[in-house]
Design a protein around this ligand. Structure first.
Ligand code: FRU
Length: 491
């Protein structure tokens, strides 16, 4: 059950090798592409590891998405940005390497960052992960510009280097434009010298120059909340600010043994005092086993909606696909809205356009599908990936005393990451009304009560695990989903 850690199998040289030619991974891709667990409508790596989403932006009618990519296998080593594009957030095209570690500032990887379109240009801000011969790290905040011809040009010099009054953990620039201040701001995930998670704020009136350190982001009540805030992101929806980040090096309530999480707060961001005041506490952006490093797209014109993407995976987790030299997939992008001061998430509406007819609700999962279960209030059980006799599976049970959904993956044939917990709970104080389950070859994403909470997980069902069972009286609708990603070899 405990998979060997890839770092124990791979040598340093193997993990940090620079990709010199596509031919070096052609056979690897051919082998990976035959894996029955390859996704059919989720973005996934051509081979190797895909982790954080990066540079997500809408520009000239095209959605640009990049992800952290280690070409060699399911291991964290040298990182590229792999580029995919889409007209509708549903059909994705592999574009090849979007950014390569080829300068002194990013010699050991182009780490995470964000994108923003300004006029005709798309700018990408990223962390240059520099390491010297003694493996001492210096993280630089760097920028690049995507040309009309699809070619990327890096700025010759970083926008700024790290501050020496914080630890080496300073990375993942999220750039935003704040119209009322007529300024750009960069949020950087950081750790202070006391090893507490922080975000740092830089400001400028131009996206590619003039950056000054403005100060540390203050979030009253969250001064001791995790040891590092990775991938900070801020977005405005219906006049509210939503702060998202991935705190790590800490356990949090309801997250079993995991030390990696993704949270959000709804509140108000004051750029004069650099203070984010949450309306209430933090919430999990997703309660699932595998969800991390979420970021919102830039240049979404609708003031009442944001578009979210995230990695189905966690930094310290290992998956059954690892030994086959690939891991990681993105969620189906989500629309975020605020209703009565609360955040709601739904899969992008166009997902319904790739429904491939209704499947009979006869207790069998048809493979890739979108399933909606509606229940009268009270008891609720939905067991996915059960055996033909209804046993086993990924079980979702409403505990009426706890007022929580208890989600248990321990009865599946293929067990993994059991040491961080195979049972998690989602508080549902008002009872379960509906659950939408989006199922692909190796993932399930649950939307509970119209997206008031979500739960994402990797699942690798065996050939015998394609049934489902549900509470009596529940109404079940299942739509098959057409493939929307092409598993082609583009480097
Ligand atoms: C989050 C993270 C980021 C970093 C990137 C490197 O998963 O650790 O903080 O930029 O991954 O791949």
């Amino acid at each position: 059950m405990r998979l060997p850690r890839p770092e124990q199998i791979w040598t340093h040289e193997q993990r940090y090798r620079i990709l010199k030619s596509p031919d070096e991974i052609r056979e690897l891709h051919d082998r990976v592409a035959k894996d029955p667990y390859r996704q059919t409508f989720h973005v996934q790596p051509i081979a190797g590891l895909s982790s954080d989403p990066n540079g997500f932006a809408y520009h000239k009618g095209v959605w640009h998405l990049y992800y952290q990519w280690c070409p060699w296998g399911a291991v964290h080593g040298i990182k590229y940005w792999y580029h995919v594009t889409s007209p509708d957030l549903i059909h994705w095209k592999n574009e090849g390497v979007g950014m390569a570690p080829d300068t002194v500032y990013d010699n050991m990887g182009c780490h995470s960052g964000s994108g923003i379109a300004v006029g005709d240009d798309l700018y990408l801000l990223y962390t240059g992960n520099h390491r010297d011969e003694n493996w001492i790290r210096t993280p630089y905040t760097c920028a690049a510009k995507l040309g009309e011809d699809g070619k990327l040009t890096k700025l010759p010099k970083p926008l700024f280097g790290p501050r020496d009054d914080y630890s080496e953990h300073q990375r993942d620039p999220k750039v935003v434009y704040v119209p009322e201040k007529k300024k750009y701001y960069i949020f950087i995930g950081a750790q202070n010298l006391e090893k507490q998670g922080r975000a740092l704020i830089y400001e400028s009136d131009q996206p590619l120059e003039g950056w000054k350190f403005a100060g540390e982001l203050k979030v009253p009540g969250f001064e001791a909340f995790g040891g590092m805030w990775e991938c900070p992101c801020i977005v405005r929806i219906s006049g509210k600010d939503v702060l998202i980040f991935s705190p790590q090096y800490t356990k949090l309530p309801g997250r079993a043994e995991s030390t990696n999480h993704n949270v959000y707060m709804v509140g108000h961001m004051d750029y004069d005092t650099l203070t984010f005041t949450p309306d209430s506490g933090y919430q999990y952006l997703d309660f699932g086993f595998d969800f991390y490093a979420a970021q919102c797209a830039a240049n979404v014109e609708d003031p009442d909606k944001a578009i979210l993407i995230s990695w189905i995976g966690l930094p310290d987790n290992h998956y059954p696909a690892d030994p086959k030299d690939w891991e990681g997939t993105m969620i189906v992008p989500r629309e975020l809205r605020i209703k009565d001061g609360k955040l709601y998430q739904t899969p992008v509406a166009d997902l319904e356009k790739v429904w491939d007819g209704e499947a009979p609700a006869d207790g069998t999962l048809p493979g890739a599908c979108d399933m909606l279960v509606t229940v009268p209030e009270g008891a609720f059980d939905l067991n996915l990936f059960t055996k033909a006799d209804g046993t086993g599976g990924f079980t979702i049970h409403y505990d009426q005393e706890k007022k929580a959904l208890v989600i248990d993956k321990s009865k599946l044939d293929e067990r993994f990451n059991d040491e961080v917990g195979e049972v998690l709970e989602v508080p549902v104080p008002d009872g379960v009304k509906n659950i939408r389950a989006i199922i692909d070859s190796c993932s399930v994403e649950l939307y509970i009560n119209d997206g008031a909470s979500t739960f994402s997980a990797h699942v690798y069902p065996s050939a015998a695990e394609h049934g489902y069972t549900v509470t009596d009286g529940a109404q079940v609708k299942i739509w098959k989903i057409k493939p929307t990603v092409v598993d082609d070899f583009v480097v």
